[in-house]
Design a protein around this ligand. Structure first.
Ligand code: BGC
Length: 743
């Protein structure tokens, strides 16, 4: 059983949180036809002073500390619990992680859940509908297990390729990531539960995550990371926003009045509530900065939003006003999502087969074929000999670790502990979902002779590869919340293994299961490379289907793969050489300030930075091959939308993603994804696709306005961010519109 030790007595704290404030007087019946805002107001009016701090503070809903108090009966073992107010029919909040499915929490609940592939795999599908179905599916599982809050919606932009949580997020582009996170949230909330969007904001690395200071100008933030949040909120309307561990421009994100009061609530008019990340509350005055709820309060230095907040509200009208607003917002999120009228009932059976089909769809559409020399793939399913090597491919597919870790029923196929030391050792485990690529390959090619070697000894792998007609090397890069990758090599000598196998066997196919981009010093020697990310509950089947051509790959990279780490704005993670790797990222005594200077690239994240620097990456954002060919023509645009004709010129059915880029403005070169559409085309089929253009992508944020200068705007359809195929220029008038409400 996983236990997290603490320096404080959890029982004391739990006592404070559970104080029952319900000195009941009768509550007025609610008018169910009223709007969520009206209902929130009605309930708020009936709350006693003591009741007003019930919803503002929660606990980590799992054993915590040596002598932690038992959980209240209605709590469900998971990430968090906030008691309800029975007298007013206000339900308790039961919270679970995360964006990829219902988290495993070290097996404490003893059940399993369906693992979606990594966020980067989801983003590689560029498929709004499918990602919404994925959200519906994980939301349904949350509901079935008794949770009415899913801590999903991870949308921090990839600003560092080594960030240990990149696998949870949706890549480097604000339009793509924001759109997809919005659809995922919409899917989750279709189950009448609350979804979060997280972590507001600029939570770009895990090294020193609780004190690293993300430095960025307001304009650049509005054009990049904040834009992803804004688009996600517009589409998904999540009930809650989770603020981040890190600092932003000197302030802790969960104490940043700029982020929470000014940007989120005032400029964007957000109606829901802000919950803290677990252990991220800097103090009571975070309430005045816009924080509405203290989560997992055992992990903070004290309970700020309980009695302390009640006392402040009693003495200070500013706190009293805020306390009302905090309740209004939390109640709004509950009523908007029907938490009280359609309450969760734990124990509903889950159809894991149907849910795994969805996970498999995502995996199949999210796998990216990076390289395919002379049509090496798909392999014919005829009898042939194949040497499968490494990556625990006989047993399963890799998953990412930390609070988002999902495990299927029965737990992981393989779990390799990487440490048995320290309070978070249970998290530091490399686990594989029970979906064996080897078994799936054998099932799809029953007449082939398919052998397996684990790849621990290069000589053995090479000998096996030489004997076969084809070698398939599975290479893994484990990543976890709490830790960044020190560099972009494949760990445990896997680069040397691949190089040796590819030297011995020209038909070498590499399957990558990584949490982000890696370098590929062996690339030229290989016949084909597949990026499968962490492919989820049916990853093995999805990989085999792509290898044998049952599925025509259609994934497109949502991130840039650099040719060298020096191409990135930072060639090392900030603090990589000075900060001790530690899950919680707490500042050690006397720690030097840690800064991540995001003003270097500003809003030119990822491919935009590469374009600005004139650098050629290893694989560009948007890249992905297919077993058929596509041709785009006849781009027509008025700057608001674009029409493009796409044709499948090959002899196989397939899908492509039409990527529309803004490539210059008044002669100044730019590269910005302005719109996209995934389209499935039968062999020989032609279709005209309409793409909506988001004006914010064409504009600059300037002080309190978005500004589009008058002039020539050039658009290109690209097969990736560096390969343009058809273009059109259009003259647009100057446009300015406010980006903030009057402050
Ligand atoms: C993570 C959040 C997560 C929370 C609750 C934190 O460590 O940063 O993403 O939702 O824990 O488990």
């Amino acid at each position: 059983m996983m236990k997290i030790r603490t320096q404080r007595l959890a029982s004391l704290l739990l006592g404070a949180v559970y104080l029952s404030p319900l000195a009941a007087t009768g509550a007025a019946a609610q008018d169910q036809s009223a709007t969520a805002a009206q209902r929130a107001e009605t309930t708020l009016k009936q709350m006693t002073e003591a009741e007003k701090t019930v919803l503002t503070v929660g606990i980590l809903a799992m054993p915590f500390g040596e002598d932690s108090a038992p959980l209240p009966e209605e709590a469900v073992l998971g990430a968090g619990y906030i008691p309800g107010i029975a007298r007013l029919d206000v339900p308790a909040l039961t919270e679970t992680d995360a964006s990829l499915g219902i988290s495993w929490i070290g097996g404490l609940r003893g059940d399993g859940a369906t693992a979606l592939p990594a966020g980067l795999a989801m983003a590689s599908t560029w498929n709004r509908t499918l990602i919404e179905r994925g959200g519906q599916m994980i939301g349904a599982e949350a509901r079935a297990k008794g949770f009415n809050v899913l801590l999903a919606g991870g949308v921090n932009l990839l600003r560092d390729p080594r960030n240990g949580r990149n696998f949870e997020y949706l890549g480097e582009d604000p339009l793509l990531a924001g759109t997809l996170v919005g659809h995922s949230i919409r899917g989750v909330q279709s189950n009448d539960i609350i979804a979060t969007i997280k972590h507001l904001a600029l939570n770009g690395q895990e090294t020193g995550r609780k004190y690293v200071d993300s430095i960025i100008s307001e304009d650049a933030a509005y054009e990049s990371d904040l834009l992803a949040f804004k688009i996600g909120i517009e589409i998904g309307n999540p009930g809650a926003v989770m603020c981040a561990y890190n600092r932003v421009n000197g302030e802790p994100a969960c104490g940043s009045a700029w982020l929470m009061n000014d940007v989120l609530k005032q400029d964007w008019g957000y109606k829901g509530f802000v919950m803290s990340d677990w252990g991220a509350v800097p103090g009571l005055d975070a309430a005045l900065a816009g924080l509405d709820q203290q989560s997992g309060s055992q992990l903070d230095t004290r309970v700020f939003f309980g009695d302390m907040l009640a006392r402040a509200a009693h003495d200070d009208p500013a706190y009293a006003r805020r306390l009302d607003d905090m309740n209004r917002r939390i109640l709004w999120a509950m009523y908007y999502n029907n938490l009280d009228t359609n309450p969760v009932v734990p124990g509903v059976p889950i159809d894991f087969e149907v849910h795994a089909d969805i996970a498999q769809d995502v995996a199949e559409q999210g796998i990216v074929l990076l390289r395919n020399r002379d049509g090496a793939l798909p392999l014919a399913a005829r009898a042939q000999s194949i040497a499968v090597i490494g990556g625990y491919a006989d047993s399963g597919v890799l998953s990412g670790a930390g609070s988002s870790q999902v495990q299927g029923k029965g737990g992981p196929a393989i779990s390799v502990p990487l440490s048995n030391v320290g309070p978070t050792a249970a998290f530091i485990t490399e686990s594989y979902h029970a979906s064996s690529p080897l078994a799936a390959l054998r099932a799809q090619a029953p007449d082939a002779d398919i052998t397996y070697r684990n790849g621990r000894y290069i000589s053995e792998a090479v000998a096996q590869a030489k004997k076969a007609e084809v070698a398939i090397v599975f290479a893994t890069q484990w990543a976890s919340e709490g830790y960044d990758q020190p560099d972009l090599t494949l760990p445990n000598g896997q680069d040397a293994l691949i190089a040796a196998v590819a030297d011995a066997q020209p038909n070498t196919i590499v399957v990558l299961e990584t949490g982000g981009p890696v370098l590929m010093p062996w690339l030229d020697k290989t016949a084909a490379v597949i990026e499968a990310w962490y492919p989820g509950a049916r990853g093995g089947e999805a990989i085999a289907s792509v290898i044998f051509g049952k599925v025509n790959p259609s994934g497109r990279l949502p991130i840039t793969f650099p040719a060298a780490e020096t191409q990135w704005p930072r060639s090392r993670v900030d603090g990589a050489d000075t900060v001790e790797p530690e899950f919680f990222g707490n500042p050690p005594e006397g720690a030097a300030p840690l800064r991540a200077d995001y003003d270097i690239e500003g809003s030119d994240v990822g491919y935009r930075w590469f374009a600005r620097q004139g650098q050629r990456p290893l694989f560009a954002f948007g890249h992905g091959l297919s077993y058929t060919d596509f041709e785009s023509s006849e781009l027509v645009t008025d700057g608001h939308s674009a029409k493009v004709t796409v044709r499948n010129t090959g002899d196989r059915d397939g899908a492509t993603v039409v990527q529309l880029y803004l490539t210059s403005r008044n002669g100044e070169p730019l590269t910005r994804l302005a719109g996209f559409e995934r389209v499935e085309l039968a062999a020989g089929e032609t279709r005209t696709v309409t793409i909506t253009i988001d004006s914010r992508i064409l504009a600059e944020r300037n002080g309190d306005h978005w500004q589009m200068p008058a002039g020539r705007y050039r658009f290109d359809v690209g097969s990736d961010a560096q390969t343009m195929t058809v273009s059109q220029s259009v003259t647009l008038p100057s446009r300015t519109w406010p980006s903030i409400a009057a402050r």
